[in-house]
Design a protein around this ligand. Structure first.
Ligand code: XLS
Ligand code: NI
Ligand code: NI
Length: 441
């Protein structure tokens, strides 16, 4: 492949350490640094979200895009998409991200028929394969956009029209083919419009049955093409629809179990979706990890004062440290990674802002990772929690956990000579201060 011209007037980002005053350098993320026998790049598995970084325009419901990119020109949509992809891979390399993620329609323009869309996709996927080979950047996950086109206004797999269901099936089939072709390590299902606006026009039971049938077909198809990537459900409670079926991790688990799908899926947890569901990021990670279903992370943040998916870059080291503790305790993300499903604010129109945004996110995650490792190595919180449940380690507590106790045996104990249970402090304030001491000394 001939050497493409540079689209960014910015050199590759270097690690310069916490004292660096260079805003275009990493202060905490050193991709080559070895921690616990692996490089930081291998631990973090950072990924760039194509849709935000390379299709984001700054548009919002009150006005059109503000962001104009120098590479957005060409004689036809497919050639524009190729140049855009050249710029994207230049960015992936310069920001030192080993992975990227996409929706089918992010990378290639939709045609006037499905067959034409597939042809466009094939042309761009060939280009992506060559760029992946030339740069070493890999595909963390692929997915299908089943929410932008008006045909999906009432859902894809949960659409009341079987024709739309069939169209969505064909689109996911193709998206899985290209994800496999590009060596994608996971495949994501985010049900953007798999929900409802009003129950007045909705058969909730039938829609959930249809969604399950769709996911079973996806599992069967993956098997038939020998696609080994991990399937991930990305829960979100609302937006764009008022109620989405994959509301949060807990309802996702219940859904998967109800329909016999739990063996095939893990969760892609997005910070801002957790908070929209009324949970913390950490909560969603713990719920998934508790069932061995923690798959990957869509790394972003919401705004405390806004009730929608603002998809901001997360620089809250405290929140990320808590998340990292749970992730590390669960044994990491496996084939998953930290994908920056985050976008620039509307007035952040410079190409350089893409760098500032991702540097901030990567540094915050790297710092949180290191603090979390130290916290786990010292084990103070672990010990506190273990002690708190110690009464279940022996005696009748152990019998309860082992299924050897029942109401009669426990009544005998409660009526015996133990007296009243003795209240013990939960020590939340002490623990919060301990966390602060790790964060700020
Ligand atoms: C939207 C979702 C979406 C998924 C991929 O809120 O986060 O971007 O990550 O379809
Ligand atoms: Ni997401
Ligand atoms: Ni989102």
């Amino acid at each position: 492949m001939k050497k493409a011209r540079a689209h960014f007037n910015i050199p590759a980002i270097a690690y310069e350490g916490p004292k660096s005053a260079n805003a275009l350098a990493f202060r905490h993320y050193n991709p080559e640094e070895i921690v616990g026998g692996k490089t930081m790049a291998e631990h973090m598995r950072f990924s760039i979200a194509y849709w935000h970084a390379f299709r984001g325009t700054g548009a919002d419901p009150f006005g059109p895009g503000t962001i104009v990119r120098s590479w957005e020109s060409g004689k036809d949509p497919v050639s524009v998409a190729k140049v855009r992809m050249d710029a994207a891979f230049e960015f992936f390399q310069k920001i030192r991200a080993p992975f990227y993620c996409f929706h089918d329609r992010d990378i290639a323009p939709e045609g006037s028929t499905l067959a034409e869309s597939n042809r466009n996709l094939d042309a761009i996927v060939a280009h992506a394969a060559a760029l992946q080979k030339a740069t070493g950047v890999k595909l963390l996950w692929g997915t299908a956009n089943l929410f932008s086109n008006p045909r999906f206004m009432c859902g894809a797999a949960t659409n009341p029209d079987a024709h739309v269901f069939a169209y969505a099936a064909a689109q996911v089939k193709k998206a899985m083919d290209v994800t496999k072709q590009l060596g994608g390590e996971n495949y994501v299902f985010w049900g953007g419009r798999e929900g409802y606006e009003t129950l007045l026009n909705t058969n909730l039971k039938r829609e959930q049955d249809h969604l399950a049938a769709f996911l079973h077909m996806a599992v069967d198809y993956a098997r038939s093409i020998n696609f080994k990537g991990q399937f991930l459900i990305e829960p979100k409670p609302k937006e764009p629809t008022k109620h989405q079926y994959d509301f949060d991790v807990a309802s996702g688990i219940a859904f998967l179990r109800t329909y016999g799908l739990e063996k095939y899926f893990k969760f892609n947890i997005e910070t801002n979706h957790a908070t929209l569901a009324g949970h913390t990021f950490n909560h969603e990670i713990e719920v998934a990890a508790s069932q061995n279903m923690l798959g990957s992370i869509d790394a972003n943040a919401g705004d405390l004062l806004l009730g929608w998916d603002t998809d901001q870059f997360n620089t809250d080291v405290r929140e990320l440290t808590l998340a990292m503790i749970s992730i590390l305790r669960a044994g990491g993300l496996g084939t998953g990674g930290f994908n920056f499903d985050a976008k620039l604010r509307r007035p952040s129109i410079d190409a350089e802002d893409l760098f500032h945004a991702h540097i901030g996110g990567m540094d915050a995650y790297a710092l949180a990772f290191k603090i979390a490792r130290q916290i786990l190595a010292e084990g103070k919180f672990e010990k506190f929690v273990a002690d708190r449940y110690a009464s279940f380690d022996s005696g009748f507590g152990r019998d309860i956990e082992m299924g050897r106790a029942n109401f009669r045996s426990l009544e005998k104990i409660a009526l015996g000579n133990l007296g009243e249970p003795k209240p013990k402090s939960g020590k939340q304030e002490y623990l919060e201060n301990l966390l602060t001491s790790y964060l700020h000394g």
